[in-house]
Design a protein around this ligand. Structure first.
Ligand SMILES: [Zn+2]
Ligand SMILES: [Zn+2]
Length: 119
């Protein structure tokens, strides 16, 4: 049986992309992203298709309709904060931004994300 249920909403598959995709069926191809489904539980996954130099995520999507537009931005931001070990009590260095810095960075998660950080 599959382990989709035990997986979080967002899964970092950078290191096991081939394995992860190998267990799923491909339904549709989008712009650097695939819609895949689990043959066991029918869970739908939106799977990044970047090259090996980027962080790849798989995210659970609720339906096939508008799957490509399904917004995983907030989940990726949560993941970034988690990967960095949380927030500091200092403010983001970006002018006018008063959100807290992500640990081991000088910026808040929004500005990291805008700058291309995905992990
Ligand atoms: Zn499954
Ligand atoms: Zn900021």
């Amino acid at each position: 049986m599959c382990n989709c249920k035990q997986q979080p909403e967002l899964v970092d598959i950078s290191n096991n992309q081939t394995d992860f995709k190998g267990r799923l069926h491909q339904l549709e191809v989008g712009n650097w992203v695939l819609l895949m489904s689990c043959p066991d539980c029918k869970q739908l996954w939106k799977v990044d298709e970047w090259d090996k130099y980027r962080t790849c995520y798989a995210v659970k999507v609720p339906s096939q309709e508008n799957w490509e537009a399904y917004d995983s931005e907030s989940l990726v931001k949560e993941q970034i904060i988690k990967n960095h070990g949380g927030l500091t009590s200092d403010e983001c260095l970006s002018a006018g931004c008063n959100l807290k810095q992500v640990k081991s960075s000088a910026f808040c998660v929004n500005h990291l994300y805008i700058g291309g950080t995905r992990a």
